[in-house]
Design a protein around this ligand. Structure first.
Ligand code: SAH
Length: 560
């Protein structure tokens, strides 16, 4: 039982939230706090006190006996910002409780035992089914105890800070193993079950066949990633129903594709019915892997379903993550999750510095200086090919004049790629300037390092003629000073000298600056590589110091 104690209105609101979230686990202690704490201490295994740590220390000090039997105590501050594991971090489970309470109340868990190990990923946040002693192993990781990793299947995982041996263990397995004591089993989605079914095959027959096949082969149903079959069976109720009951998607392939797969047990029946000598084996094997269960038929007579099971190789994972323009609160939660999910981080040193504090301890950081783009891209892809979970970072959006294209040009289809969008400089600047991008707009990089100037000039000309709002990236550097004036001259050929121009330097960074000027008034010497320059179209106005491009097209009027 968890005893809940509070003294103030804010504290009792917190108490009520915890009590209503965990009704069977908690008991609220009313009355004078000293008395409430003493009673809870005697009656509960754990306490959550919505009180200052000092008050709780004084109250429980005379009651403490030893760490094996004392309850775990968590304190939550008046503002509900922190959940402090105060006493019994390990034996009393207070570290884990602080994490749980923190999650519930949106408070930061504060754990002071083995400080270096605080940043461990929650085992239930890895996106894989998990069984066994989750609380015990999490607590051991949180306490910096040795936790051994046993992987039957190579699978990309975040840095788990694991040791060669330890009292606790994490097993990564698709086998039907029961977790041992002090062990969790993570279930990677490594199994593909190919299925074939005659028209009208009952759900129970298909599902029973799949479950029997897995059981006889000693495999876990929790590791099934998908059911695979032929296009012609995409709507077969027996297959769809079995997939639904297993909670997995159905993937289908064309008969021709399946016919091209080399299988051990082809036959004439499916060839006549759907145009491929194998459905179950071919669909399971199509994306590669090891055939663990060759084709088998259901026990029903006549058998209406077949299945085969393949273990697909652990695929590396490359996340291409945009960090946004600079400010921490413009980094998306998804980007943050991906940074913590990666065991290898690849990026430009100055961007790595921007997020280093977010990385889990044990993350391998491969940073390099400006100009090493191709090499960074190759490194990231090579690490993913080794089966690692890799994050490749870029500022703003990683796909805009950044790392995504060189990386994906290198990447083959043997790795999974995930893109996380970021707030690109044009948008960050737009929000600062007002509403300059309210109508059609374009971004143009003025860097002629990788693009011939003729090409850039042609695009600037086209944008000028099409009356597009233009945001210039890489507008000017020490060695490249004539391109911006030249580009502005081209635009001035089609727009008035009074056209608003927004200049934003270091958007959302501590030394952010911005101004709205005009085509005639812009001094290119005030622009550098930390800057984006946004030139309005012929309708853009400066209103109250802000740059506003009308939506246009008479959109506010009656369309008829
Ligand atoms: N991937 C980045 C762009 C990289 S190109 C993005 O999506 O934003 C580098 C150029 O982007 C710089 O020369 C500058 O023109 C612009 N830039 C990037 N961050 C910026 C910021 N915070 N403020 C102003 N300009 C920025």
């Amino acid at each position: 039982m968890i005893g809940l104690i509070s003294a103030t209105a804010a504290g009792s609101a917190g108490c009520r939230r915890v009590a209503s979230a965990w009704p069977g686990r908690t008991r609220v202690y009313e009355g004078p706090v000293g008395d409430a704490v003493r009673r809870a201490f005697a009656e509960c295994e754990q306490l959550v006190c919505f009180l200052a740590t000092g008050a709780v220390v004084r109250l429980v000090a005379p009651l403490l006996v030893d760490k094996a039997s004392d309850p775990g105590i968590v304190c939550v501050d008046e503002g509900g910002r922190f959940a402090v594991s105060l006493v019994g971090g390990h034996g009393g489970g207070a570290n884990e409780l602080a994490r749980e309470v923190g999650e519930l109340l949106g408070a930061e868990p504060v754990v002071t035992t083995a400080t270096d190990s605080v940043g461990v990923p929650g085992l239930d946040t890895l996106g894989l089914p998990v069984e066994g002693d989750v609380a015990g192993v999490s607590r051991a990781m949180l306490d910096g105890e040795a936790v051994a990793l046993r992987a039957d299947v190579a699978w990309p995982l975040p840095p788990l800070r694991v040791a060669e041996a330890g009292a606790y263990s994490i097993r990564v397995s698709d086998r039907a193993v029961e977790p041992a004591e002090r062990e969790v089993v993570l279930r990677p989605p490594s199994l593909v079950v190919g299925v074939g079914a005659s028209k009208g095959a009952p759900v129970d027959e298909v599902l029973g066949l799949v479950e029997d096949a897995l059981r006889d082969a000693g495999l876990s149903v929790k590791s099934v990633a998908e059911l695979a079959t032929v296009d012609a069976k995409a709507d077969e109720p027996g297959i769809l129903g079995a997939a639904e009951r297993l909670g997995v998607p159905v993937v289908t392939y064309g008969a021709e594709e399946l016919a091209a797969v080399d299988v051990p047990n082809p036959s004439d029946a499916p060839l006549a019915a759907v145009g491929t000598p194998s459905v179950a084996e071919a669909a399971a094997l199509l994306r590669g892997g090891e055939l663990l269960v060759p084709k088998r038929k259901s026990a029903a007579r006549p058998a209406m379903a077949t299945c085969a099971v393949v273990r697909r190789p652990g695929r590396g994972r490359l996340a291409v993550v945009g960090l946004g323009p600079g400010a921490r609160d413009l980094l998306t939660p998804r980007a943050k999750d991906e940074l913590r999910r990666a065991s290898v981080l690849v990026g430009l040193d100055q961007y790595v510095d921007q997020i280093r504090d977010l990385l889990l301890p044990g993350t391998r950081v491969l940073e390099s200086g400006l100009g090493a783009e191709e090499e960074r891209a190759r490194t990231a892809v090579a690490e993913a090919r080794l089966g690692q979970a890799v994050a490749l970072i870029g500022s703003g959006d990683a796909g805009v004049y950044a790392m995504a294209s060189p990386a994906l040009a290198e990447a083959s289809d043997d790795i999974d790629v995930v893109g996380v969008p970021g707030v690109t400089a044009a948008l960050a600047a737009g929000a600062i300037l007002g509403a300059p991008l309210g109508h059609d707009h374009v971004s143009i990089s003025l860097s002629d390092l990788h693009t011939p100037w003729e090409v850039i000039e042609r695009r600037v000309r086209a944008a000028a003629e099409a009356d597009l709002v233009v945001t210039f990236y890489n507008p000017r550097s020490r060695g490249r000073d004539w391109q911006l004036p030249k580009a502005l001259t081209i635009l001035a050929g089609h727009r008035k000298p009074t056209t608003p121009v927004g200049v934003v330097r270091n958007a959302s960074r501590p030394d952010e600056s911005s101004r709205v000027t005009t085509l005639a008034g812009l001094d290119p010497a005030t622009v550098d590589m930390m800057t984006v320059v946004t030139v309005g179209n012929t309708a853009t106005r400066e209103i109250a110091g802000r740059m506003v491009t009308p939506r246009g097209y008479r959109w506010q009027e009656d369309p008829k």
